[in-house]
Design a protein around this ligand. Sequence first.
Ligand SMILES: [Zn+2]
Length: 711
Amino acid sequence: MENNPQSPPNPNGGRPKRGGQRGGGNNQNNPRPQNGGQRRGGGRGNGNGVTPLSVPGATMSRGAAVRAQKRSQADAQKIANQYQAANPQQVAQAERRANFIDDSPRLKVISLGGQDGGGSKNTMLVEYMNDALIIDCGNDLGVDLPGINYGIADMAYLETVKHKLRGYVITHGHLDHIGGLPHIVPKYPAPVYGSRFTIGMVEKIFENFGLPMPDGFQLNTIVMNEETHERLKVGPFFVELVRITHSIPGSTCVVVDTPVGRIINTGDFRLDPNPLDHERSDTDRLIELGNEGVLLLMSDSTTSDRPGRTPSESTIEPTFVDLFGRAPGRVFVALFSSNINRIQMLVNAASQHGRKIAMDGRSMMSTLEVAVKLGMIRIPKGTFVPIANVPNMKDEEVVVISTGAQGEPSSALQRMASGDHKYIKLKQQDTVILSATPIPESGNDKLIGAMVDNLMKNNVHVFRHDHREVDGCGPLHVSGHASMDEFGDMIEMTKPKFFIPVYGAYRSKHYHIEKAVEVGVPRKNCLNTENGQVVAFTPDKMEIIGEVPHGTILVDQTGAIVNSIVVKDRVLLAEEGLVAVVLTVDKKNGNLLTSPDIISRGFIYMRDNEDLMNGLRAELRRAVQQRFKRVDLDRFKAELKDHITHYLFEQTQRSPIVIPVVNVIGGKGEVKTTHGPANRPEKSLDEIASEQQERFQRMREKLLGQDARVD
Ligand SMILES: [Zn+2]
């Protein structure tokens, strides 16, 4: 443990001192001191021997290597932190101005998700004294982290008030409004209320959920009739659903009459004057509710940057009829999976032209199943054929409906475009229609562009909404969300005293507030709130009274929760790669029994870097010789890890994750293996790599079966 007199001069002596800062919370994986600098306590025996090994002839300080490693770690942490779990302690010591486990006669409305842009993991808690409701409980499919399928709202706060929970009320069946339910309802059981179609989608999502439900758990769903303005008493609340148009059947506004006043959550909406299913928004009822008095309106803000009105969904039906008639051969249409009205249009256009329909895309089939079961789509007998039959049918009798309108890498349409589809080989005379536009700010326009390139290489005719003038066709897509004038209408109909825009980026909500002010809501009665803020109401006052824990829980493709430290490691692996070294040391004399084994993944290709590998082997031999007998095993591994990190940084300017494995062979041939990080399962790196590959594939397939967000 003492300083090693033989060790070469330590270059740390002259290194710049800037690196003194501790990595804050970033070093959870690495609790030991990193840089020989300030060790606490100054224990005498080993006080200055922390980094006795150094790279001979090093021109760069060890501090630089350590800082680079910290930087990589911090970067990885930053990426992982975009989606952080709630931190109750932090909030507790922050300026929490009230105890929220209080039962004061105020109405409290808290968004646990959905107020941080993108309209994701929409989850809202309504709380009054001893009772609470959750409106929507969605997931966020836009999380871009390795191995992560989606995020859900962190329910740390619900945990503290779970005894108050009386039910979940759902506005509509899109995943960003129901995708959190299979995680959260089993933990906090209460009935789930919604329209017939919404409940159909909720039951489907539980049915398809990958993980088993806890013993004894039974999903309790309650279908509410939005036609009859049925009002259900849930605790001290009266709940009512009001029909509204969006891009999935059974969409509703949620009305909750509370002892303090009436609140309305619009859910996602547009005011389509002429929807295909003739299920217009129930504006009469909204006006009635407004006349009776509304305390608070929380209104969808997704597309508040669009002036005017969103055109009716029915405006695009003639385009389908036209294109189906003009197509010389087969027709392929890609669209969002849950848009049943649009599928109905395609069914109508197909039967008008004597074509049959084949469908490809799991999420689409799943939604269609619910719609068929509930009689919400009319399909003439014999219209649908299996996709496997398509190659044997006459070209002019075929329509294929699929997912992939966003160019998702292994969606059905993309596989067709790249020639990887099991049944479909595209050919000249085929027609491909993309009935969608890129989801704003998703980056999907690039994916779509690449897919269209591939389609065109197959010589097919491509029709796209945003190129319709060039492509020579009518409109092929309309948004499911309102434009500015409709937002204004909603406020004018419901005449709320207070207004909180929801489901959108801060700027979208900002524009929405401007609209509210324009149509008569006093500016002081509007709030642009964020997730976690507690908004309290009395009949004539709205104020933010504090903040509760909130955040994102990350979920992988199996449905399991993933710790953010794991995600950080994955980001680091992806950025920097991994180097493992395996040493087999004779316990008695401290000699290496075999040449050090070095395994590199995602760092460098070893065969192209033999000098570096030989250098590293020499370093490892030197390390064993100088240190193995002098320090205990844990200390030796720690030093080894530092030393390798330093060496590799010197040579390559990169900081891969380093895992030292030391096998110590004792007197009677028993082997003791110790790894850098404790308790890793004993798998070979090849096994780990191939498992990761498999998981990645599965995740990818699953991801691509879902519509991330729906416009
Ligand atoms: Zn929606």
